[in-house]
Design a protein around this ligand. Sequence first.
Ligand SMILES: [Zn+2]
Ligand SMILES: [Zn+2]
Length: 264
Amino acid sequence: MAFSFHVLGTSSSGNCSVLRTGGRTFLIDVGFAWPRLSAGLAALGIEPRQIDAVFVTHEHGDHCGGLPALLGRHPGLKVFANRETARRIGALQRVAPIWQLFDTGAAFEALGLAVTPFSIPHDAADPVGFAIQCPSEGGSPGRKVTWMTDLGHVTPGARAQAEAADILVLESNYDDEMLDLSRRPAHLKQRIRGNHGHLSNLAALDLLRSIRAEGLGHVCLGHLSKECNRAVIVDGLMAEVRAARPAVRVTVFDPLEERPAELT
Ligand SMILES: [Zn+2]
Ligand SMILES: [Zn+2]
């Protein structure tokens, strides 16, 4: 089984990606209800029991709401999370998977992967992004896949992980004007914009403008708000990135279409 990485979905209605490498199958987040998750896995020819492990970023439902249904079909599933996230999920969902606890910021080895969970500023217990170094396969060097959504701002640590990525999933949550004009209550607007909220289109663009990221081959803009953003807006902003970095493929995950995307 060769390397593949599919984003099945990334938006506030669910985040889930499938990483296949080194003969194993991993999920990053499992925020789909069962019908969508099972359909997404089936389209890739994956049975639930073939999943070796799940890496969970934080306890919000759009990142782990599908865990109970998946565990029901695959009770031996290994679930990697930090202690605080595991505690919250255990309390919220009444699930008791085989937790594989890690410390935020401390790299660890997981079934052939070298994983660095890095802290991200977001209103959850101990939220993380993941930088996952895959093993080399068939003579090609292993890819570094980095998942970075749900962050109120880009910290130096997050920036460093974006710079080191081969494949990057980066949040581009809201358009400032659409958020202003939305019917959302003022406190929610403030929460989204806050230091521990979500990343705006301009903040994502600013990061991509300013990082060196010599190895970056593919960036996927994700976690777009359905109410306060449009894929066409993000796509328009990315014209600058495409022009400046012709070697980098840029994909925008449209939350209104929710078509799975393969990032190569
Ligand atoms: Zn989220
Ligand atoms: Zn969240």
